[in-house]
Design a protein around this ligand. Structure first.
Ligand code: SAM
Length: 262
């Protein structure tokens, strides 16, 4: 199981530190600005109000404002450590008037109907097991014409995960509630979304994760151990090795998702 750190939260200060070593400041998920640009391609954020589900430490929200021109991004998350960090960084960047960070509890999204132009998420819906309720809720809070657009970590099939996938998920120690592309499509369709897009990013991440592991074992290792301790860094290297097994089989499939409320 993951070390949840002194805070008792899943995304502890220690885990945030480790993930930012690998993925860069502001990022608790892979790919950075380039991967976001690929996920949102063809959907304009300029002048839009955006909800970001599972905002983490806010890197993606700053990007959506500064690079993609979003008018206002509301980032929501269930954990205090990430939210406090996101608020401090928004302040430091002078973006507090364009990025707000709100604590929520698992369950219905606490916003009135037709509140947002875009509902966005990067690699956080994996933590929300009931995809059908979430998609219904996303549809409800979107204005007509608005988009749900996300990347997320999916499992390639319905039914029981393989032993290798179970080993990987257990090593992560996070509350992963992974679902198949088929289940996401059904959830999007039943919620009423149209123009649905589901794009498997396994090929990209299989290669990228290999490079991440090489950096963790190479140039990042010393600095990360000095900051976070050998045991914690070695544990994360072990997670990456287990993840590569299920990326190589295609069972772990990071995916881009989108659907429009007409
Ligand atoms: C892998 S991190 C991604 C963070 C950020 N989107 C990024 O790309 O850097 C997943 C985030 O989802 C948050 N999370 C977990 N369950 C959630 C829920 N039910 N509602 C909102 N956020 C949640 C976690 O606390 C964590 O910050």
């Amino acid at each position: 199981m993951a070390d949840h750190g002194a805070s008792g939260e899943l995304y502890s200060g220690e885990l945030i530190g480790m993930l930012e070593f690998v993925w860069g400041e502001g990022w608790l998920s892979p790919g950075g600005p380039e991967e976001v640009a690929t996920a949102i391609k063809g959907i304009s954020f300029a002048g839009k109000t955006v909800l970001d589900i599972g905002c983490g430490v806010g890197g993606v929200d700053f990007l959506l404002c500064e690079t993609h021109g979003a008018r206002y991004v509301t980032g929501i998350d269930v954990e205090d450590t990430v939210l406090t960090t996101a608020r401090q960084r928004a302040e430091a960047k002078g973006l507090s008037d364009r990025c707000g960070f709100v604590k929520v509890w698992p369950g219905p999204l606490p916003f009135p109907p037709e509140s947002f132009d875009i509902v966005f998420s990067k690699d956080a819906v994996v933590h929300i097991p009931d995809k059908h309720s979430l998609m219904r809720d996303a549809f409800r809070i979107l204005k007509p014409g608005g988009w749900f657009v996300a990347s997320d970590w999916l499992i390639g099939h319905d039914g029981d995960p393989s032993p290798e996938m179970k080993t990987y998920i257990a090593a992560e120690g996070l509350d992963f509630g992974m679902a198949s592309p088929k289940r996401y499509r059904a959830a999007l369709e039943e919620a009423g979304f149209r123009n649905i897009g589901i794009v498997n990013r396994n090929g990209w991440y299989r290669e990228t994760a290999r490079q991440e592991l090489a950096r963790m074992e190479g140039p990042l290792y010393g600095p990360a151990v000095r900051r976070l301790g050998k045991e914690f860094v070695d544990h994360n290297i072990d997670i990456w090795r287990k993840m590569l097994v299920v990326l190589d089989t295609g069972e772990h499939c990071p995916t881009h998702l989108r659907g429009q409320r007409l």
